[in-house]
Design a protein around this ligand. Structure first.
Ligand SMILES: Cc1ncc(COP(=O)(O)OP(=O)(O)O)c(N)n1
Ligand SMILES: Cc1nc(C(=O)O)sc1CCOP(=O)(O)O
Ligand SMILES: [Mg+2]
Length: 227
C-alpha cells in the first residue's frame, strides 16, 4: 500500500464499504495480564472475569521464553475457555499456534497480519497495534485483522509509549468501518468514559484492573458500569 499522509486519509480502503455507524454491540473489557504473573494468578483472573463484561484476556509477558509462557498459559487458557472469554497471546504467532489460542495481538514489529492468517487460519482473532494512525489501521484492516488497537490514550507506567491517541480517532473509525477497535493505554474507570462515548468497541486495561485497591473484581465492575 502506498504511504499516505495520516492527515489526508482517503476513505477508499476497499475492505469495508460501510459508511454509517450501524449497530455495534456495547463496549466490553479487554484485560491485559500484569507484566509478571505467578501460578496463583488464575484465581485473580477468574475473579476479574466473573465480575462481568470481559470479552478477552491477553497474556502479555515480556522477558521470559516461550516455554515458560506456555506453562503459565495453560491454566489461564482453561479459565478463559470455561467462561467464553477469548484467550489472546501477545507478540508471537508461533506461540499462539502452539497453544491453540483464540487470537494473537501483533505490534507493528511483531509480524504481518497476512502471515498470521496464513499460519493460524480463519477462526483465530488477529489484532494489530495502530498507535494513533488511521493509515496503519486501514492497512491492518486490508491485511485481514479482526480488530485494530489505538493508543496510548493516557499516560501509562505499564509500557513506554511513543504515541498518543485522541478519542476522535475512535469516532472516525467506528463511523467509517465495521471492524472493531480497541482503546488502550492508561485507561481507568475514571477516564474511560470519553473513549466509550467516542465508540470504542473494547477498552483494554492492565494496571487499572490489577492494581485497584478494591481488587480486580471491583475494578471490572467499575468499568462495566460505563458500558
Ligand atoms: C490490545 C492491545 N493493543 C496494543 C498492544 C500493544 O502491542 P505492541 O505495540 O506490540 O506492544 P507490546 O504490548 O508488545 O509491548 C497490545 N499488546 N494489546
Ligand atoms: C500494552 C500497551 N500498549 C499500548 C499502546 O499504546 O499500544 S499502551 C499499553 C499498556 C496498557 O496497560 P495499562 O492499561 O496499564 O496502561
Ligand atoms: Mg508486541
Amino acid at each position: 500500500m502506498t504511504e499516505i499522509d495520516d492527515d489526508d486519509v482517503r476513505l477508499d480502503p476497499g475492505f469495508a464499504d460501510q459508511f454509517d455507524r450501524g449497530f455495534r454491540p456495547p463496549c466490553q473489557l479487554y484485560l491485559i495480564s500484569p507484566p509478571e504473573i505467578t501460578d496463583a494468578f488464575g484465581d485473580r483472573l477468574s475473579a476479574a472475569i466473573d465480575a462481568g463484561s470481559v470479552a478477552a484476556f491477553q497474556l502479555r509477558l515480556k522477558g521470559i521464553d516461550d516455554h515458560a509462557i506456555a506453562r503459565l498459559a495453560e491454566p489461564l487458557q482453561k479459565i478463559c475457555a470455561d467462561r467464553d472469554v477469548a484467550f489472546i497471546i501477545n507478540d508471537s504467532i508461533g506461540l499462539a499456534k502452539r497453544l491453540g489460542a483464540d487470537g494473537v495481538h501483533l505490534g507493528q514489529g511483531d509480524g504481518d497480519a497476512r502471515d498470521a492468517r496464513a499460519q493460524l487460519g480463519p477462526k483465530v482473532q488477529i489484532g494489530v497495534t495502530c498507535h494513533d494512525s488511521r493509515h496503519l489501521a486501514m492497512e491492518a484492516g486490508e491485511a485481514g485483522a479482526d480488530y485494530v488497537a489505538f493508543g496510548a490514550f493516557y499516560p501509562t507506567t505499564t509500557k513506554d509509549t511513543e504515541h498518543r491517541a485522541e478519542p476522535s480517532i475512535l469516532g472516525w473509525w467506528t463511523t467509517v468501518f465495521e471492524l472493531p477497535c480497541v482503546a488502550i493505554g492508561g485507561i481507568t474507570p475514571d477516564n474511560a468514559r470519553p473513549l466509550v462515548e467516542a465508540g470504542a468497541d473494547f477498552i483494554a486495561a492492565c494496571s487499572a484492573v490489577w492494581t485497584d485497591g478494591d481488587g480486580e473484581a471491583a475494578a471490572v465492575k467499575k468499568f462495566a458500569a460505563l458500558f
